[in-house]
Each structure stands twice: as C-alpha cells, then as structure tokens.
Design a binder for this molecule. Sequence first.
Ligand code: ADP
Ligand code: ZN
Length: 654
Amino acid sequence: MTEEPKNNETQNKPKLSIYWIYGIIALIFIALQFYSSGSNPEEISINDFKVNMLQKGHVQKIVVVNKETVEVFIKPSELGKGRYPNPPTGWGMANKPQYYFRIGSIENFEKQLSETQQDIPLEQQIQVYYETRENYFGTIISYLLPIILIVGLYLFLLRKMAGGNGGGQIFNFGKARVKLFDKENNTKIDFSNVAGLDEAKVEIKEIVDFLKNPQKYTELGGKIPKGVLLVGPPGTGKTLLAKAVAGEAHVPFFSLSGSDFVEMFVGVGASRVRDLFRTAKEKAPCIIFIDEIDAIGRARGRNPNFNTNDERENTLNQLLTEMDGFESNSGVIILAATNRADILDKALLRAGRFDRQIQVELPDLNGRIEIFKVHLRPLKQLAEDVDVEFLAKQTPGFSGADIANVCNEAALIAARKNKKNVSKQDFLDAIDRIVGGLEKRTKVISPKEKKIIAYHEAGHATVSWMLEHANPLIKVTIIPRGQALGAAWYLPEERQLSTTDQIFHEMCATMGGRAAEQVVFGEISTGALNDLERVTKQAYAMVGYFGMSEEIGPISFFDSTGQSEYMFTKPYSEKTAEKIDQEVKRLVKLAFDTACEVLTKNREGLDKLAQKLLEKEVIYTEDLEQIFGKRKSSQTEENSQSETTEEQQNQAHE
Ligand code: ADP
Ligand code: ZN
C-alpha cells in the first residue's frame, strides 16, 4: 500500500510531440477539403443536359471521366445570361467544367448522345473527350491509413505500458516506474506516525543511523548493510516504516512495487532494474523501497514444466547483479517488503544482499492502543465515551491498516447519522462492519427461516459453551450482515499451540449450527455451508498436516517451502489418499455426532437461547450465563493464572 504519487520524475516536461503532429495532419485535411470544393461544378440530370444545353447548342465540349461522370463545358459566350445567369463558383475559369452528371454505362450514354444529335451535321456535333483520372490522394490514403492506424495503436499501447502520463513517456519504456519522495515534496512521515512495532523500530532506527553517520561505522571497518527485508502480513505498516526511515534520515525515498518490474515484454524488467539503480546512485544517499518483492523474488526454477517465468528470472538476476555491483558503502539502502520470506529465492537472502530481516507482526493489544491513538488524532470531535483501550480490546487480529480504516469508518458513520461527534457506538458499528460487512436489516427473511437461523446460532453458542476446550462465545446475532444470515463471535485463547482436544472441540462448536437444525427440526438447511467448509479444512489439516490421526500416524504432508504449489502429483499414494479421506470423514462425523449429543442433553437451554435470540436479535455472554450457569472451562483458570493481557479475537463466521 503506497500513497498517491507526490512527484513523478518525468511528469513535467513540455508536451510538444505527438499532439502537434495530429493537429497538423488534421489541418492539412481540412485545407484540402476546402481547396477541392472551392471550384466544384454543379450536378445536373442527364435530361437537363440533353434538353436545355445540348439541343440548344450551348455546350462547347464534354469530358467523360473514368467512364462514370461527364463534365460539361458551356460555351463562354453563353455564360452569364439566359439559363446561366448566376455563375456558380469557378464559373470564370474557362478550363473548368461548369456542370457534371453521372452516367450508368458508357455505351448507353454514347447511344443517347448520337440520338440527340441526329439532325446536327457531324462537324457541328460537340466534341467528346475521354479521360482517366487517378485519385492520387485517395489511393495514397487507402495505402497509408492501415499503416498509420497500426503505428498509432502501437504507440498507444507502448504509452499505456510505460505507465503513461503524457506523450513524453513513450520512449521511457524501459525506465522504472518509480515514485520519488523527496526532501521537498515529502509529506513528512517520521517514527511518530508509526505506532507499536517497537522491536522493528529499534532495528530500523539503526538504518537511519547508517544513513546519517556512515563514517561512524565505516571507520571501524564495518560494512553498512545493503538490503533490509521487512516481513509481515499486509497492512501492518511496512511501507510506513520505510517511509519513516527516509523521513527521519532526510534522504530521498524511491518507492515501487515488485510487480512494476514484471511486464509482457522480454527484457523490460531487467532494464527497469538497471535504470532504478542508476537513478538511485545519482541521488545517494537514498532509500529504495520495493513493495511486494515476492512478485520478482520467488525462488527460481521452481517450475521446470513451464517456461513462463523466464522474464521474472531475468529481472531477479539483474536485481541480484545490481545488488552485488554497488559498493556496500555507497549510501543506497534497499528496503523490501513481503508477506512471506519463505518463498523468496535463497540467493536474495544471502549475505551482501537482503541479509537483514525485520519482522513486522500484527499488533498486540498495546500496539493496537498506540495505533488507535495515532489514527484518532485526525478525528476532531470525539465523544467522551470513546476509550482507546476498550476499542483496542474489540479489535484483535486487526492490522494497522484495518484500524486506520475503523477510525475513518467511524467518522463516516457518525456523519451519516448527522451527529456532532464520533461516539463509542460509531466505533463499534465500524468494527462490526469491517468484520462482517454492512448490516442488512431490510433483507427479507420469513419467520420460519428466522427460527431456523436462531436455532442454528443458538446451537453454536450452546456447544461452544458446554465443551470445555472450545472458545467461549461473546456475542451472537441473527441480524443479517454482508453475506451472512447470522454470526457468532468467540473469544479465542492466546495460545501458540493447540491440542487435539482443543481443535476437536472447536470443530464440534462449528458443527453446532447444523446439529441444532438436525436435533430440533429433524431436517437440515443450506445455511451451514460455511461451517462445513471450515470443519472439513480443519479435519484435513489435522490429518494431513499436524499428524493428529492415529490411522495415518505422525506424518505431515505440509510443505513449508511452497514448492508443491505447482505440482500435480501428491506426495502420497492413492492408498494413503483413501485413508486420509476416511479419517477426515470419521472426524467430521464424530464432531457432528458430539454436537448433536451435547444439544440433545441441553435441549431446554437451547430452546431458551433460541427464543431469546428471536426476541433480542443480539445476545451476549451474560445471557448465556443466565441460562446455563457459569462456564466451567480450562481456559478461565489458565487465564487467571498467567497474567497475560486478555486478548479477544473475533471470529465472525458463517
Ligand atoms: P503494508 O505493510 O501493507 O505496507 P502500509 O505500511 O501500507 O502496510 O500500511 C497501510 C496503512 O495502515 C498506513 O498508511 C497507516 O495508515 C496504517 N498503519 C499500518 N500500520 C500502522 C502502524 N504501526 N502505526 C500507524 N499506522 C499504521
Ligand atoms: Zn453456523
């Protein structure tokens, strides 16, 4: 995610060039049109010619042009009187015809002509000339037009691909599409704009120091790193960090995306890399930021079956060469961002290239508080009840970009309600909206459907409440939102490991919706699609990845290198495949049966819950406690023992 281009290197050249040429051509056309129409003869009918001109003896001569038109020359003595009082344009020129008409066929015309002149002696008959005229202009145009069109189209495409703004870019094709953020036109971003990310900031501050006082390090013989890789999920502030480095070090900042290098044409990517480094060296010390470097940096030669990646590999090779080529103390530091460092080519990560990696993680509770503080700054009118800590607790799993989005959305929601300030409720609405899409209270749902939905969601709630390892529920709603007809929010434990029991109980809770339909109505609906998909995937992961099935044993078919992405063959035999499928089926069935069992046992509570949901549409933990009593769970004890900050994680689902 990058911001609007503040400045484009090649933007402000005067745009003489092609538009002038277009203009001149158009002018020529218009002029020609005028010139030739200036002395055009008047069209008449053949009868008019015969009766009024030929038989009266006014005609001096006629010229048959191309066997299709006949030009009529009137005797100069007749002009200006009688039938020809108002001479049309071009009258005065004796060598120009005054009239013309078209004929069907030349033979026919000649016959008519001689019939009309029957009585006239031969030597007094009018002279007939024949002429073949080439329309040179038309012929030339008909040859040239296709060529002009093709060339025009080609130029147009070139310009498009060169990222074109204006005609000046046609020949900058091989140049990199770089956005330059300079000292002058940098909307000042520094570390105060980057919240949280404390570890990352410590490391990246070192880079700033390298750029500011290189001697300090080089004097001792140290080498300044050439490349730093920022690794983390999207929206966590990698671009922001890179910009902050440039802003703090007061150096130019070149920003571009990995996909900018990859083009249809062979060699363009490589030439863009060359160009980028040349420009950067001129501006050193400076920072080059390559977003989404995986677009070019994926491991090479992964996919020998297809040769489609040649261009990308060339680009990558060029990048490697350039990085080796420049001195490590030349003052150019390359920052690159990616979501996945594991799929990058190992050559990129070698010493002397991107040898430093900085992890940029999703923010934790404290991080989110900090980020909220940053993004609440621009909101002018905050209501008293807005509590940053509360908001941060409501947004587990949100990235910095999501939080920025929440703040903006909250302001929009408040404005839509014509409110003077932005209140807590607006933020909650914004969060719900970002998690689940817009509420659709207008969606038409029949009472029967509503009952099914209520039981479905109550089923999730009941099962997750009753099974001790499942995540406890914090909120259930049957207000349709986005694609979903209802949703349940859970509060997952902060844990790095999951045991078989934990995963299985979660699967049961996910199955709770379908199970409730089965238990209560004896018939099932399509509403469980999403649940089933999740459970199935989870079961495959348990069996195929985590080695959690006794039948298959502690074997994992997971491939962390991502190599198998392109493979058509599976790393196991048909027999094993069959076994895996059976195991998955067994697990899913077991989860469903367990859920059904739990619900049958707690049928009374389930009914009460569904009833309450139908009444209130939204219910919370307190309502569940009222019905089922306090939850006996492994988790609450653990949580009170270890004093980790309570971390909620919403899992909107369905
Ligand atoms: P990416 O990691 O995908 O490059 P960006 O750096 O483009 O993410 O972040 C997008 C936006 O999210 C930023 O412009 C900023 O508004 C917000 N943001 C992300 N992380 C943070 C953070 N740690 N502090 C403040 N704002 C952040
Ligand atoms: Zn469900």
